[in-house]
Structure formats: C-alpha cells, structure tokens
Design a protein around this ligand. Structure first.
Ligand code: PEP
Ligand code: MG
Length: 570
C-alpha cells in the first residue's frame, strides 16, 4: 500500500474506488501526425475539405464578433492556401504543412512595424488551429465514456468542459495534479457529491488505471492499493459519514431561523436545471446562483440558441414556482472555456476577457440569452444577475441590453415579467469600493467570494502555490464583505452570498454576525447550514463578528474561529 499526502480536499468525506487515469492531448497538438506523406493528392483533398469546413464555421460565427470576419478573411487568403499547397507538393502531411505555414506567416507578421498587423499574428494562429482541428475530423472522443462503477478519475487537470462529458453515477472521486478547492471543477464535484483531491503534485504519477484507491478527505490522504482489512475499515467510516450526512439533510426541510428569531434564507447554487430539482428536494428556499455557462458547455459545437436556452430556463422557473431563481448570465473565461468560441489565449485569463466583458462585446450572443431569460420570467420568479461587474457604467450597459430586449419582446407580443429584477455579483474590489453607487441602481447583490478573494488577495484561485494567500478569512476580504452587506442594507437591497464561503460551516456564525440573510450554498450542505443557523443567536453572532473584525492578523482570526467552533460542538 502506498500513501500520498495532500492538503486540499473538497469535502471532509471518504471514498473508495478504482483509478481511471486520463491523459489529455496537448491543447495545440494532434494525437500523432507523421511529418511526410506519400500521397500528395489525398493530402491536398483533406486540406481543401478542412479549409472549407473552417470557412463554413467562421461564416456561421460572423455577427457574434468582428474577430470572426477577420478570421474568415485569413482563411480565404490565397497566401495561406498557396503556402500549404506548396508544402504538401513537397511531401508534407496536410497537418504539418498547415503548422509550418502558420509558423512562417505569423512569424513574418510579428516582425512588422505596424502594431495592428503584428497583432494579427494571433489571428493567423487561431485560424490555423481551427483548420488543424477540422483536419482531425471530429472532436476528440469522450475520454470518460468507458468508466467502470465507483471510478476515481485521475488527471493532471480537469476542466468544467470535462465534467460536462461525465456520467456522475459512475464517479466517486477526482484526483488532480493542480487546482485548488475553489476551481470550478471542485465546485461541480461538491454539487455532485464527488470527493475531489486537488493540487496533489507529482505524486499523481504513482497512480495507474485499475489501482484500488481510498481518498480520505479528513486526513488529506490518498491510499493506493490498500490491503482488504484497511479497505474494509475505510468503507465502514465512509458509511458512518454518509449516515451523518443524511441525518443533517433532514434539516433542509426546516425554515432557518436563529434562536432569537432572525429568519435566514438558504438558497442553492446549481449548474443546470436537473440540479434545480435536486436542490428544491433538498430544501433550498430558492436558487441563488444558476451558472448558465454550463448550458453553453454542454453544446459541443456552437452556442445554444435562444429557444434552447428559453426551454432550460423555463423548466427551472417552473420547478422553483414562487421561489427566487437567480440566473447568472454567461460567465465564461478564467478557468472555464468554450471550445467553439476559439477565444485567443491570454497571459492572465482571470484578469482578461471574461464574463460580462464577453457578453457586452458580443451583442447578438448577449441578446439571445437576455431574451431567453426574459421569456422564462413569464413562468416563475426569474432574476437576472451579471458576473464580474466592475463599475456602474458597465452595469448600466448590461441593463440597457435588458431594456432593449424588453422593448423588442413587447413589440413582438411575447410575454415576460416587466418588473424582472436585475442584480450583480460583487466579486471584484472595484465593485466593493463602489457598492454604494451600485446599490442605488441594482436590485440585489450576491457576493462572489471565490473571485473576490483572488482579486483582493492577488492570488489565483486555481494555483496551489499561492493557496496559503487565498484565504477568505483574511481581514481584507472580511472587511470587503462587511462593507458590501452594509451598503446593501443602507439602500434596502437584498444581499446574498453565492461564493463557496457561504457553504463553509466555519464561516456561518461570522456571516450571520455581519448581517448576511441569504446564503446560497452547495446542494449537499443545505441541511447542515440550516442546522447550524438554527443553533445560533443573532445577538451572539454580532458580538463574535465584531471581535473577529478587530483582529489584525490571519493567525488571530483563525484562532478565534477555531475556538468558537470547538465551543459550538461541545
Ligand atoms: C464566485 O466568484 O464567488 C462565484 C460564485 O462565481 P464563480 O465561482 O462561478 O466564479
Ligand atoms: Mg465568480
């Protein structure tokens, strides 16, 4: 038996299963491509077909962004075609010819004086990647298609798009080399009751497909090929933990009220309409965050159209009835990618073209989503939330799109709720610092501590090397949370929290004390968070929060939290 220690697990659980090691191909590379070909004619035909396919895709994408018309012009440029054809005649395979022409043309452009033309080198590379993908034929087959039961997926990295391909009824755990607990793959794992151990590092290479594995999220250990007695011991512990989890789930049915009578809403975070059903069954008082980007990720080739989105949102609205259903507009970028978007690679994706920035720069795409949301609002209590807002101007621009879509639907005689609420995720320091201005115009706030922590602390949420800095209990993050709650209260706005912090029972007393009245949590902890709230006195929580906010160091804050936790469980 081999033992690997790791300090990052998504839940305090234990699972036993069989390893399934997945190796992703290099993002830019082909599985294996020969350098030279003997049949130039067939290589040329393959290239012609791939070029036509790429041009067809780009033609369909025009209208979503000006970038795609520029890409189409490159695909149709005789210089690229002639260069590739010459190389094929000289004996190269189509893939190698495209790769080599791409390097030559983009290299040449990078040498140019004109800055604009220099930047077009990236576009050339993008177009060539598209052609190479078309050459490969279809997208890579689903690497998770052959999972056995009780599978533990082991990979260097798993992306949210990977999770969209997975059959979770067969998966009990994830193990990844990189990542940290607020990377999106972990958030999905928690909602699916899958134990993820991330940031394991190079030790991951010791695991092979077929190995029996035990993931112990309590001690932070992975056991490889345990003996039968050890496996039986862990299975017994896993059953005990499950029994306790089911006991706490019963609290989900209750209304959460503190012992001194302050009502608190416990909402759920979901990634799709099926999860809305599970959340309501588990006792969620509403949906505080519907991450709409997963609907986009499920569509492998293209953006879901207005009708497809409308049907998904309407089904969710009908399931929620009068309960709030806060649907967040597309939040792509950062660690979430849409393969068909062909977004250029960025040096700092979390500081780059993501979330509402993308929506505002792709008006047709944004309008399709807003129209779908408005139409669904005729069937339930749908609210629209914009991610990554950094200023009042940005919020107003997003709101203008809503107003434009309302006017169009009105003209078309299509039903929607004219009083639909629009709110924002407060997840950037810029939004925290202007929360008073934003509160004057936004109908509600939801604090996104996952991003807020990384931006306040300047520590990438997916980078295990800086996870010691990525700490939501840090005073600067806590002060940010307090000032947002206060700004919301001052303006009479509802303030919720949909970041992972709301799901952490260690933070519950503190958040109650800071005045939070809407927790939006992972489905699996609805019962335990309600159980925790039901034990608290609001007055005592206020006093506790005041003491924590006076502490100057993280060490002191963690000591206070640990002390309070011990007293709470005695
Ligand atoms: C957040 O940033 O806290 C949040 C809830 O959004 P996401 O995790 O999807 O970025
Ligand atoms: Mg976020």
């Amino acid at each position: 038996m081999t033992r690997i220690r790791t300090n990052t697990a998504t839940t305090q659980g234990i699972v036993v299963g069989t390893a399934y090691v997945v190796r992703h191909p290099e993002p830019e590379g082909e599985p294996h491509v020969a350098d030279s070909a003997t049949d130039a004619l067939s290589e040329r035909t393959r290239f012609e077909r791939a070029l036509a396919r790429a041009a067809e895709q780009l033609g369909e994408l025009i209208g979503r962004s000006d970038v795609f018309s520029a890409h189409l012009a490159i695909a149709e440029d005789p210089m690229l075609r002639e260069s590739v054809e010459t190389k094929i005649e000289e004996g190269m395979t189509a893939e190698r010819a495209v790769e080599s022409s791409c390097a030559e043309i983009s290299g040449m452009m990078e040498q140019l004086e004109d800055e604009y033309l220099r930047e077009r080198a990236t576009d050339v590379r993008d177009v060539c990647t598209r052609i190479r993908q078309a050459l490969r034929g279809t997208e890579a087959a689903n690497p998770f298609a052959n999972l056995g039961p009780e599978a533990i997926v082991v990979a260097d990295e798993l992306t949210p798009s990977d999770t969209a391909m997975m059959d979770f009824s067969r998966i009990v755990g994830f193990v990844t080399r990189g990542g940290s607990t607020t990377s999106h793959v972990c958030i999905i794992a928690r909602n699916q009751c899958v134990l993820a151990m991330v940031g394991v590092g190079d030790d991951i290479a010791r695991i092979e497909t077929g190995d029996r594995l035990i993931l112990d999220g309590i001690r932070g250990e992975i056991l490889i090929d345990p003996d039968p007695a050890t496996e039986e011991h862990y299975r017994r512990r896993a059953r005990e933990i499950e029994t306790e989890r089911l006991r706490l789930m019963d609290f989900g049915r209750l209304r959460a009220v503190t012992t001194d009578g302050r009502p608190v809403a416990v909402f759920a975070n979901v990634a799709n309409t099926d999860e809305v059903r599970t959340a309501i069954d588990a006792g969620a008082d509403g949906i505080g965050l519907y991450r709409s980007e997963f609907l986009y990720m499920l569509h492998p080739d293209d953006y879901p159209d207005e009708q497809t989105q409308f049907e998904a949102y309407r089904a969710a609205a009908e399931l929620c009835g009068e309960r709030s259903l806060i649907i967040r507009t597309l939040d792509i970028g950062g660690d979430k990618a849409l393969p068909y978007m062909h977004a250029p690679r960025e040096e700092n994706p979390f500081l780059g073209w993501r979330a509402v920035r993308i929506s505002l720069s792709m008006p047709e795409l944004f309008e399709a989503q807003i129209r779908a949301l408005l139409r669904a609002s005729a069937y339930g209590n749908v609210k629209i939330m914009f991610p990554m807002i950094t200023s009042l101007d940005e919020f107003r621009r997003a709101r203008e799109v809503v107003e434009r879509c309302k006017a169009a639907l009105g003209r078309e005689g299509i039903a929607f709720n004219p009083a639909i609420e629009t709110g924002i995720m407060v997840e950037t320091p810029a939004a925290v610092l202007t929360a008073d201005l934003l509160a004057a115009e936004a109908d509600f706030f939801s604090i996104g501590t996952n991003d807020l922590t990384q931006y306040v602390m300047a520590a990438d949420r997916t980078n295990p090397r800086v996870s010691h800095l990525y700490d939501t209990f840090n005073l600067s993050v806590l002060r940010s949370i307090r000032s947002v709650i206060d700004a919301g209260a001052e303006a009479g706005r509802e303030v919720g929290m949909c970041g992972e912090f709301a799901s952490d029972p260690l933070g519950t007393r503190l958040l109650l004390g800071l005045g939070l009245q809407e927790f939006s949590v992972n489905i699996g902890v609805i019962g335990s968070i309600k159980a925790c709230i039901l034990r608290q006195s609001y007055a005592a929580c206020r006093e506790f929060a005041a003491r924590v906010l006076e502490a100057a160091t993280e060490e002191r804050i963690h000591a206070l939290i640990a002390e309070e936790d011990r007293e709470g469980t005695e």
